[in-house]
Design a protein around this ligand. Structure first.
Ligand SMILES: Nc1ncnc2c1ncn2[C@@H]1O[C@H](COP(=O)(O)OP(=O)(O)O)[C@@H](O)[C@H]1O
Ligand SMILES: [Mg+2]
Length: 191
């Protein structure tokens, strides 16, 4: 069932953040959520994920499995890069998952960093661990400004991974970068 927003509104105190938004997401492909800083992109993501409630309106189809890169990395500080990825899988000790996590680390340019702790990673490296972790599990992929702190060379490694994912699952991508929209053939949801 597609995710559908019907007349969604959200206020914080007296401030209107989302106003009467209606949108039907496709079942797969990339939807780029764009708009100026503070416009309500993260708030919309939180409403879709069920972490926040709209004040009015209706949302359907979001009773689904999601895999998320939040605006912050949210890595577990006491776990290594590979342990952080395996932590959110159904079976962290399964050989298949360990192979998959190792391959994903390599794909995001972090080969050899399996046993590195988050505090020993640069901002961009930690961000890539968060992306690899989200890619390691199934579901609708939600990415809130995933490429912040990531250089162009690494962004180009990650784009095809997201593109492949979007061939079977919906990807919701919050971005400020026009190139993300073209590279991923994304539809745009402008806030
Ligand atoms: N929990 C909250 N309480 C009060 N105001 C909030 C809260 N969360 C977000 N806001 C406000 O709502 C607006 C939209 O925030 P956000 O969704 O984070 O914007 P974006 O992700 O587009 O930059 C901002 O003005 C922000 O300050
Ligand atoms: Mg935001």
């Amino acid at each position: 069932m597609p995710i559908t927003l019907e007349n969604i509104s959200k206020n914080f105190e007296n401030k209107s953040v989302i106003k009467d938004l209606s949108y039907t997401f496709p079942e797969k492909g990339v939807v780029a959520v764009t708009g100026m800083s503070g416009v309500g992109k993260t708030t919309l993501i939180r409403i879709i994920l069920g972490l926040d409630r709209a004040d009015s309106g209706k949302i359907t189809g979001n009773n689904a499995k999601f895999s998320v890169v939040f605006q912050e990395n949210r890595l577990v500080p006491t776990l290594t890069a590979i342990e952080n990825i395996l932590f959110t899988t159904d079976e962290p000790k399964s050989k298949d998952n360990i192979i998959k996590a190792t391959e994903l680390l390599k794909a995001v340019g972090l080969k050899g960093e399996e046993n590195t702790l988050p505090k020993e990673l640069s901002g961009g490296m930690a961000r890539r661990v968060a992306i690899a972790r989200a890619l390691c599990v199934d579901g609708i992929l939600v990415l809130d400004e995933p490429f912040k702190e990531i250089d162009e060379q690494n962004r180009m490694k990650i784009i095809p991974l997201i593109k492949t994912r979007s061939e079977k699952d919906l990807v919701i991508l919050v971005t400020h970068n026009e190139n993300d929209i073209t590279d991923l053939d994304a539809m745009e949801l402008k806030l």
